[in-house]
Write a protein that binds this ligand. Sequence first.
Ligand SMILES: [Zn+2]
Length: 188
Amino acid sequence: MALTLFVRRPEPVEAPAPELWPEIGETWKPEGISIVERYYNLGHAVVLVYSADRDGYYHLVSCLGCHYLVTRDKSRTYNTRYRLEDAARVANEHASICRALPRELPARPDDDTARRMLHTWVLGLPRRDEDFYLDLWDFDSGRLELQRTNKWMQNELVAFAAERGDVLSAKPSDYGSGINYTVLRQPS
Ligand SMILES: [Zn+2]
C-alpha cells in the first residue's frame, strides 16, 4: 500500500516561455517626446502622434512601418505646426492606407552619438546672408532618433555655441528663462 506513495508521477511539463511579442511601438516611450495617440496601419505597424514641445501644444506624426513623418502642414502658409486634432486626422488617414509592416524601432543612441547627431543637424542648416533664429522644433523630424529631452538639447546647443562661435550663438532670452540660438550668417 505504501508503495503507491512512490508511484512515479509524470514529470511536470514546464509550460514553454511565452514568445516575446516583438516591440512594434505599442508601448514604446522614447525619451524627449510624449506620445499622445497610436493608430494601427493595415500591416499592424503603429502610427504615432506625439509632441516634442515643452507645453505639448504641437504634434508630429510618424509611421513605425514606412518612414512617413510629418512635422508641418505644407498646405498652410503660416502656423504650419499641427495641433492635436489635425495631427490625429493625418495619422488616421495615413494608417488607413499604409500597408507597411512594423520596422525595427530606432535604438537609443549613446551620448556621443546623440551629440554628433545634433551637431550635424546644426552644421547642416543652410547658412544665409543674415543671422537667423534657431528653435528646438527645427529638429522635430529627428526626435525619434535622437531620443533626448529638450533640456539635454539646450545644454548641448549652448556647449556647441561655445565651441563653434563661428556658426552658432546662444544667449539668454530677454523674455523668460529661455535661450535664443542664432545661426550666424555666412561670412562673406
Ligand atoms: Zn506608413
